[in-house]
Design a protein around this ligand. Sequence first.
Ligand SMILES: [Fe+2]
Length: 426
Amino acid sequence: MAHYQAVGSIPPKRHTQHRRPGRGPKAGELYYEELMGEEGFSSDSSLLYHRNIPSTIVASRVWELPDQSTTPNHPLLPRHLKLHDLFDAKATRAADVVTGRRLVLGNGDVRISYVVAAQPSPWYRNGIGDECVYVERGKASVETVFGSFEVGEGDYVIIPRATTHRWIPKRSTKDPLRAYCIEANSHIAPPKRYLSKYGQLLEHAPYCERDLRQPVGPLLAEDVGADPDEQTDVYIKHRGNGPGGVVGTVHTLPCHPLDVVGWDGCLYPYVFNVRDFEPITGRIHQPPPVHQVFEGWNFVICNFVPRKVDYHPLAIPVPYYHSNVDSDEIMFYVDGDYEARKGSGIGKGSISVHPGGHPHGPQPGATEGSIGVERFDELAVMVDTFRPLDLGEAGLAVDDGVYAMSWSQGLGRPGPGGAGGVHSEG
Ligand SMILES: [Fe+2]
């Protein structure tokens, strides 16, 4: 993020001596300064002050990742994937957010996975790119070397590349933790058009810095009841010759990873809740980019939130048919009145895949039916990719197999689950 933060103990001048205070055996020892920087240290960075040398490992082994193989969407079809069918109660009890996530869709720029998790994750670092984890339901603590977050429904958790962290689901909530994981091969940031030339969010942006939650820290091993000197495994996802160019390694550290006594800079994890997104509305239908919330290399993330709709006297609130010729559109339906289509297709937990090259829009009858509607009660998260997405093993496992024909069934009356009904923009 562009705006500067300082947390914990840092010296007045960067790259100068910073020593342990107190009277213990380690008093007076130097802390170890680490510059964590993007784009070859030509972009955002932070300085972290460690108790231990951050390079130190005592062992290394292979982490066999869950199936990362993908299958092309060929012959080309729009698809309906039912994510809530992926994890039953037994699978949920065994899963954690890091090792349990299952690959739904992916390409060389971004991978979308899904998990319903009850277990604490191991310590983890994604060396391939930033992660945007959308919390669909449930609550969790996210502990990072920058500090901690308490996260819940509707939170986007943005974790920069190579940030060591872990997920600990809260068991006390009635809903298990459901996480929609968007893993970039790049960085994830607010749309550039909403930023000043120095990186401040501008007045026409649908959210601002006040809406972003910062890590609470510093967070040290003893703060989470751990021994600072305990050997700890860190699971690392990194570039390699596995399916999708993704492989895993486990490094064993001689001490606990929570050893940062202070940090400052503009690179750190943060959280944004979808309820803080102020929708941009107008007299006539607003173009899809008004729903954008973040972007990465070759993809964007949009959200469709409850809002008043178009108020021109002759307005048509549902979208026009559209061909997003450069993108695959992946809509994840989180909340809203999709129950009206019960038994027929799209509902909470569904993903619609509208691939580039296939025009799509309202189901038959929905355009006329939307006239006079004043408000949409929907919540959906969309990822649009500029390169085609292939199906992961989880996507193949929950493809309903009939969605592509939903526009043609019963011509002249609403088809089952046809894309883009009264409550769906995508
Ligand atoms: Fe669309």
